[in-house]
Ligand binder design. Sequence first.
Ligand SMILES: [Zn+2]
Ligand SMILES: [Zn+2]
Ligand SMILES: [Zn+2]
Ligand SMILES: [Zn+2]
Ligand SMILES: [Zn+2]
Ligand SMILES: [Zn+2]
Length: 596
Amino acid sequence: MLAPLRQSVSLRHSLVLANRLSKSGILTNPIRVASTLNDGASKAHDHSVHFKIERIWAAGMVPIIPAAYFIHNPVMDALLTIALTMHIHWGVQGVIADYARPFVLGPGPAKLANMSLYLLTGLLLAGLLHFNTNDVGITKAFEMKMVKFKKMSQEKRKKWQKVKNGKRSNRRTFFKFQNMKKETQNQPKPLNPSKDAKIRKRGEFLVINPPENSIIPSCEHGPCLIFGQKNGDESTWHYVCAVYRKGECDFRRPYLEASEAEPSQNLEKKDPRYGAILKKLKTIPKSSKILFCAECMDIFENKHHCVCQYVKRSQLRQPSRLLSALENQNGEAQYLFSKESLDQLCLMILSSTVDAVVCVGAPRLYETLRRGMKHVDVFLLDYDTRYAPFSPALKFAQYSMLVHHFYDGKAKRRFRTFLKKHSSILVICDPPFGVFIEPLLQSIGKIKAEFEELHAKSENPVFYGCFVLPYFVGKHVLKSDASYWMSDLKITYDNHKDFGKPGKSPVRIFTNLPKSTIQLSSMEDYRFCEMCEKYVASTNLHCFQCEKCPSKDGSTYRHCNRCKRCFKQTYNHCAKCKACHLPKRCHQKDEEEEEE
Ligand SMILES: [Zn+2]
Ligand SMILES: [Zn+2]
Ligand SMILES: [Zn+2]
Ligand SMILES: [Zn+2]
Ligand SMILES: [Zn+2]
Ligand SMILES: [Zn+2]
């Protein structure tokens, strides 16, 4: 009993002493002092040296941790690993030295505690080293965690601000969009960029229309599109230009920042001067010569101070030819339908017996219909306002086709009147070749919804759609709406070096018009298929197993009995992956298969 009693007295004595010392500010660690007093002078010396090293080590870690946020390499990983391990080891060792003393636990358990400390330290070191060599490494992991945390707190802040502003509708939209974003991220990608590489070179992406009533930033070309890009597992969301591609307009704003942007502030309002040239033309006597100035975008009688050209009256009724001739000199051009393709489209419209046609991004078809098919009412929706002075105000609206945006409220109302006036309508859309098809389909869907709303009480309103697209883009139209079908008719363009010749053009018509409206009996290279009840390329042979004329590009396909489908001649059945694909493309089997 004597020894423990003496020890406890000594302990109390040392605690009192330690307390006093700490109050006097000489030492900051009373318990540590207690232990040194108890363990003898030589050990006290050891411990204080050890204590100093530990403090220096801890101080050394102060610059390492922030540095680790910026520098990610194996050396930094190793440095941080050793620093952390030693820091933790000494920390726990201190605790064990203070609490797991032989006289408290007995010599056996105290030794065990010490041994388990070394074991734990060893395991920690091994674990961290393993993580460094076989995973991203601790510095990178730290950064990834920080980025996620930052994003989360940003989102929370935005949400809180919305709540604080008390704008209920915006708030609802915001949360709705948050959910929508999650949904879209979870959805399988509707596009496969590797397949559409010819026209899509932006990497993995997804484009969605901003939800109704949300705050949408604008670039100088109007409201933006939300553009999602996948980088490994991370998805980034930005607002980008809805009219021009990267390089032509580099506007880009992260989605989260954009929700606070002022909408449409940088849109300059310019009078489109609807029908100005047509009106002026009526005032110029037939005997006078007419000058067209592209600079002033106007016509003049006999003389004008700019460098300009004499034009005939008929030329002013075909502005696409007049303007494209000018563009070619400057090296930039819109692609415009060739005469053959225009004739076919006009025949199609004629046999569809619709009252009215809306041309979306198809100015040449618009002017052809206005000149040649007077019984069909036509409306042009185009981004290019240069067509406005050549067109009556009632027939033109500047329009951004991917975001269904009218730049002029009056023109929007005129378009609504146009939709209301006609009970059978065909919308023909000739988008740029690299178009994002999903938002375009949504825009046409909105026109359709407006038409149906206006004709809710009509007896039999008819709304047809027609898209002119490369076949590898148009397949998304077929997927999204089963009533659409593809015509084998090759659409050609006047001023495109490849798509000018029928042999090379991949552009086709995708429509839900009756199949009988595309009549190609007068054309070479097409034949009528009795089974499919439509005209097909003469080389597109009917397959009785597939029960269709299977070719997409018009070439003759070959049926594979094992795959139970038709494929291009260049595809062979591969015994290894039990599928048909191009030679040496085994690993890309899935993509190739889907393309067919
Ligand atoms: Zn832009
Ligand atoms: Zn001029
Ligand atoms: Zn057939
Ligand atoms: Zn077949
Ligand atoms: Zn096969
Ligand atoms: Zn294979």
